[in-house]
Ligand binder design. Structure first.
Ligand code: NAI
Length: 305
């Protein structure tokens, strides 16, 4: 048993969870509220492909939180209107400490069959939506010198997945956004991380067997998200895979590579001849910043930075 002082609490904190009317977002909203946070439950309440809207999804989760003795307010706007979502937090609770960018839809199709609408809508909800909500919260977090942001990616974004070119691009885009915001937020006390979850939900019930969707409880993802948002957490700029109770951290791995002399003429045949060494992961590096790239590049030129 942990003592009560070890408990991660969010008393006095205001947490905005997008897409919180169902699935993972609902689980996050209930989780934070259960630990004392005042929660903005945002959900457009539309279909899994982004069609329609309704107040029901957000209202249901707000009712659940209130019934359990917690504090919550609903917002029904699309994440594309981040300013409105953050306004709900400010007008109802007067602050914003945590943003969980979670809202999502799918428009799966093989790349050959993917329409421009499929491409644009996925970009708008996942990338522009996360940008828009974060952009509205950022000055408030900067001003108060504290913020926690968790963006929701996907294994499809990390590795690619058939039929998900739009979604994979958007999800990997969130990784780039998060890595940059982690750097820019460091001096302001704003930590930004990414989770790539697996959970049973409306989004996965069409592709996974029923037994699997029931077993993959969203509640097994939420504790990682809450841990990343704890006041005591120093984690930032990181990416985690999480599902079914498995939690793992990812990083880049880079081969030592081959240094051709920059004064030589480099031909494609010389590159091909070095192919095995270029791809040899023995004693690989684990770069974490653009300095790790420029260091190698300028080393090869013999220039000290
Ligand atoms: P879900 O469909 O159960 O929940 C998503 C919620 O987002 C819905 O309630 C929906 O109404 C809401 N939403 C959709 N578009 C919105 C918009 N424009 N503005 C506000 N709310 C909107 O799906 P699930 O599985 O809980 O997904 C949550 C996040 O996790 C998504 O970003 C998804 O891409 C991601 N994810 C989920 C995985 C899984 O295994 N369930 C796998 C990888 C990523």
């Amino acid at each position: 048993m942990h003592s009560v002082s070890n408990e991660i609490r969010f008393d006095g904190r205001v947490v905005v969870v997008t897409g919180a009317g169902a699935g993972l977002g609902r689980s996050h909203a209930l989780g934070f509220a259960g630990r004392g946070a005042r929660v903005v439950v945002n959900d457009l309440g539309g279909g899994g492909r982004g069609e329609g809207r309704s107040n029901e999804a957000a209202d249901r989760v707000v009712a659940e939180i209130l019934q359990a003795g917690g504090e919550a307010a609903a917002n029904y706007d699309s994440v594309e209107d981040g300013a409105s979502i953050i306004r709900t937090a400010m007008e109802t609770f007067g602050r914003v400490d945590v943003v969980i960018n979670n809202a999502g839809i799918l428009r799966d199709a093989s790349f050959a069959k993917m329409t421009p609408e499929d491409w644009d809508l996925i970009y708008k909800v996942h990338v522009y939506g996360a940008y828009s909500v974060t952009k509205a919260a950022w000055p408030i977090m900067s001003e108060q010198g504290f913020g926690r942001i968790v963006n929701t990616a996907s294994a499809a974004g990390i590795y690619g997945n058939f039929g998900q070119a739009n979604y994979a691009c958007a999800k990997q885009g969130l990784v780039g956004l998060s890595n940059t915001l982690a750097i820019e937020g460091a001096r302001k006390g704003i930590n930004v991380n990414v989770v790539a979850p697996v959970a049973g939900s409306r989004l996965t019930e069409t592709i996974l067997p029923k037994a699997a969707t029931e077993a993959l409880k969203p509640g097994l993802v939420t504790p990682l998200v809450m841990c990343l948002c704890a006041e005591s957490s120093e984690e930032t700029g990181s990416l985690f895979e999480v599902g079914a109770g498995w939690i793992s951290k990812l990083r880049w791995e880079r081969t030592k590579g081959v240094c051709f002399s920059p004064s030589d003429t480099l031909s494609p045949e010389r590159v091909r001849a070095a192919w095995d060494r270029i791809g040899d992961f023995t004693d690989a590096d684990h770069p974490v910043s653009v300095q790790d790239t420029f260091g190698r590049i300028f080393d090869n030129l013999g220039i000290k930075l």
